[in-house]
Design a protein around this ligand. Structure first.
Ligand code: ADP
Length: 508
């Protein structure tokens, strides 16, 4: 964006939109605003005002005679579509005690409305518009602060991923050197805590992606009962460890929805993790899957600490926490439910927290549109081989020494013949001369990046299975990797299970 574009868009966001009947009054109002340093923009009807508001404005100045039930509704719809930080100020010229102000309910939908009684005094009009403009500027500042925070958190998440990946791989390799009984206790601590850290970092990145609208759902027809059951099974051991009674109830075995399996499993995992976390030993946790008319409903209910009425909505906000007293290894950072709500929203569903109050337990109810015809879902179980992968030639191209060494060790432990390179040109040379069956290639490399490496390798006839390894797992990164000639895309931290899967896939 050029400097003049920036000025022009900043200028757009500072406009006062005017909708007053009669060209003479409109012009006069615009001149009065201009004399006081305010940029007025005259609209001829509500439709124009709404489309200008969408382009950007600081305040709207409306005469009550332009507000009919239809135009109020039109305006309310545009305001509803504004982002969460926006509370657009509207100044209405109204006759004292009459007119639209009497029909308060309809106007309430417009939110931030200031009434000015006629006859209008120029001084009070200007003071009101300035006050409204100031309040709008404060909203812009709040938006800026939220955007900076989110950008910082996304960056932090990416930066934490690499060292974390190296720690986890190192712990795995060390673990492999011991048998189950003589592994030092400290190793378990490193493994448990780094897994916890990984989850926090993943949540952080997920929230950043969701809030920037970067999450693309991979939707398919799927059985919600089995998705909920998977999440339930995965956490059963943890619930039993806590001496909780743990039940899954489903009167039907199949309820189909059009959804993203991985994301929906994440929803139930987060709800169950919380239920376990916030329910003292001896309590009960129950997952119930059922239909309600056209809806697929899954409720996660616990007999735990419960929620005060004012928290039932707030818990879904980013970083919202009721109680900071949980031991930190237990506590999260208030992202789990924000993610749940975002993912459910993306599925055109709802999630609601129900609780009779503190100490009374809670129920989190997810409702999603159900698919009406219940066909069997085709399960695309990846073909799993009973045998381990055969020995292969592998090249690892990675500039971080720690991660490179660990990947090499991990592959060598499985018997593969491995060469390593630390930059783009060296990686290309090794791939072309060693002719590996598989190459793991980092994207951010010195020399030239992984995309370029893949393009050049393919152009030189490389037939290896090329696997891009990056800290960025977004859809556009995956697409870019595929376009450059990669067969697969892996997001860091890479675990031994990812490597095993990739080597199995290379069996062809
Ligand atoms: P956190 O990482 O803090 O658990 P969440 O977004 O998952 O973040 O939850 C936000 C807050 O909502 C929690 O800090 C907790 O106070 C409250 N909460 C979530 N689930 C429950 C539950 N099952 N029972 C009581 N309170 C809960």
């Amino acid at each position: 964006m050029s400097a003049s574009d920036t000025t022009r868009s900043a200028h757009l966001f500072d406009r006062v939109l005017i909708l007053i009947k009669g060209p003479r009054d409109s012009r006069l109002t615009r001149e009065l605003l201009l004399r006081d340093g305010l940029d007025g923009y005259v609209c001829t009807n509500m439709q124009e005002l709404c489309s200008e508001l969408d382009r950007g404005a600081a305040v709207a100045l409306l005469a009550e005679e332009c507000l009919t039930p239809e135009t109020v509704q039109e305006l309310a719809k545009v305001l509803e579509g504004q982002p969460a930080w926006s509370d657009f100020p509207i100044v209405v010229f109204s006759a004292a005690g009459t007119g639209v102000r009497g029909s308060g309910d309809a106007l309430r939908a417009l939110g931030n409305v200031i009434f000015l009684d006629r006859p209008i005094q120029v001084r009070s009009m200007l003071a009101s518009v300035h006050a409204a403009r100031r309040s709008r500027h404060r909203q812009y500042e709040a938006r800026h602060a939220i955007e900076s925070r989110d950008a910082f958190l996304a960056m932090l998440g990416h930066e934490l991923r690499n060292p974390l990946g190296a720690i986890r791989l190192a712990a795995l390799l060390l673990d492999g050197k011991h048998n189950e009984h003589d592994a030092p206790k400290e190793l378990k601590v490193i493994d448990r805590q780094s897994r916890h850290l990984s989850r926090l970092v993943d949540d952080l990145l997920d929230v950043a992606r969701v809030t920037h609208g970067k999450v693309v759902l991979h939707r398919e027809k799927l059985n919600l009962v089995s998705v909920a059951q998977n999440a339930f099974d995965a956490l059963e051991a943890r619930a039993r460890e806590r001496r909780l009674s743990y039940d899954f109830l489903a009167p039907v075995t199949e309820i189909f929805v059009h959804g993203d399996r991985h994301r929906l499993e994440q929803v139930f995992t987060n709800l169950l993790t919380n239920a376990i976390k916030y329910t003292p030993a001896g309590g009960t946790i129950r997952v119930e899957a059922r239909t309600d008319g056209d809806l697929a409903v899954v409720a996660v209910t616990d007999t735990g600490v419960g929620l005060a009425p004012e928290m039932r909505e707030r818990v879904f906000d980013t970083f919202a926490q009721v109680d900071h007293s949980l031991e930190r290894s237990e506590g999260g950072i208030g992202l789990g439910l924000a993610l749940v709500r975002s993912v459910v929203d993306l599925h055109e569903g709802t999630v609601e927290a129900v609780s009779s109050g503190l100490g009374q337990g809670s129920s989190f109810i997810v409702r999603l549109p159900a698919l009406s015809t219940a066909h069997m879902v085709e399960e695309h179980e990846s073909a799993s081989s009973a045998h381990g992968p055969s020995v292969k030639r592998v090249v690892v191209v990675e500039d971080s020494e720690d991660i490179r060494d660990l990947l090499v060790q991990l592959l060598q432990t499985s018997g593969h013949d491995v060469l390593a390179a630390e930059n783009g040109p060296e990686g290309l040379e090794k791939i072309l001369t060693f002719a590996p069956e598989v190459a793991f290639v980092d994207i951010g490399l010195p020399g030239f990046d992984g995309f370029e490496l893949a393009r050049r390798a393919r152009a030189s006839g490389c037939k290896a299975r090329l696997i891009a390894v990056t800290g960025y797992g977004q859809a556009e990164d995956k697409q870019r990797a595929a376009d450059s000639g990669f067969d697969e895309h892996m997001t860091k931290p890479v675990l031994n299970t990812d490597i095993e899967r990739a080597m199995l896939a290379a069996e062809g």
